[in-house]
Design a binder for this molecule. Sequence first.
Ligand code: F6P
Length: 463
Amino acid sequence: MGRLIIVSNRTPGKGPAAGGLAVALRKVLTEHEGFWFGWSGKLVEKPEPEAVFEDIEGLNVGKIDLTQHDHHAYYAGFSNSILWPSFHLRLDLATIEGHWYEGYRRVNAQFARALKPHIQADDVIWVHDYHLIPLATELRNLGARNRMGFYLHIPFPTVDALYAIPHHNELMRDLSRYDLVGMQAERDVTAFRDFADHQAPATLSGSPLRTVDFSNTEVKAFPIGSDPDAFAKLATTPAATKMVKRMQRLLEEQALILGVDRLDYSKGLPQRVEAYEKLLANNANFRRQVHLLQVAPPSRDSIKEYQETSDTLDAMVGRVMGHFAEPDWQPLTYVKRAYGQPSLAGLYRLARVGLVTPLRDGMNLVAHEFVACQDPEDPGVLVLSRFAGAAEIFEDALLVNPFDTDETAEALRLALQMPLDERRTRWETLMQAAKTHSVDNWAKHFLEQLTPADGGNKRPPVR
Ligand code: F6P
């Protein structure tokens, strides 16, 4: 394999996209002398056409600036107000403004123009996530014949939700320009095949749309993971235990239920608080015995639907506090800010229950990190949404339907009362799965598939 080029919207060191993924890909990039390419995080009036490369902690990173206007249409608009809600089956929260599509394509074309001069003939290109679906088309239009892979970090939508997306057929054709398309879960591959098998619905004028030819594109599930060994180590470092000791003093004997999520409507946070409310309402014996800590750093807060989720949650937390809190006991703590990995690792280890209940999620790495950080002698219990990709590999978690808050409340009760033997047996299986599906294995398997021994096809440029 030649050099590896990773392309993503955010580059390492900039915001929440850094973390496990950046660490894992850094290793692969160093082995293959490649570089990372993406948006600089800067909005300017007139972006330079050429990318600027810089060394970020030993990693070669190429970046481009965007205009405010294009960034809005590409990121807040088409990516996060159309693709994100539709792919998460929340069409009720989508804002269908077709003109954002032009900005989305303009930015993808701008990425391609700035990247193309840096591509060598045998480089392998790995593009990440829904912001950059058209990048292969744009690069092939400029003559790139390299092997190109695409990885979707979020779920793939059902056919009906896909049809609600303006220009969905072009997007599917864009995916067919990649040699390999990786998904998080088998469920996503099935949804993709469903489109591929049943495409070509009639248009308004009655003529069928041209079908997309996927014969040169392999589509497969590559469930992403964390670095479980690194997290296990981190959970017992002084940086992690500092936070744990302070919390232990505050909690005294109370069992900690922990949620850690970006403040996003896909994470099911209002449903989670409602389930906790039901637990306290139906089991008076748990009051003063349990405490919910919900960590929820704000995300994409320029988008109305995110502000509304935040307001809903504020009101619900206030309601639960007003109803159940006593002068000397608080049922929950809600913090709207991000914490570093050492503090989170300590909290995961301290928690009796990891509450991971998204309404729909690509994978959910919090589930992986929670498992990795447990004390093998006295592990906590994972309560996991069956609609997270993680449910396909963590079958020994307590799987719940997050829309059914009675069921989640019952799972919480079971988790809190689970005997040590059962906790250990379940955790051992979960930890084994976390190790099998480590982020290192994920990157290795994807790249092995993208770069077959015979070099794979060289694609002709797109007409
Ligand atoms: O899970 C999808 C994703 O886009 C990740 O790639 C990213 O870390 C996260 O959501 C945060 O999104 P944003 O880059 O919009 O802050």
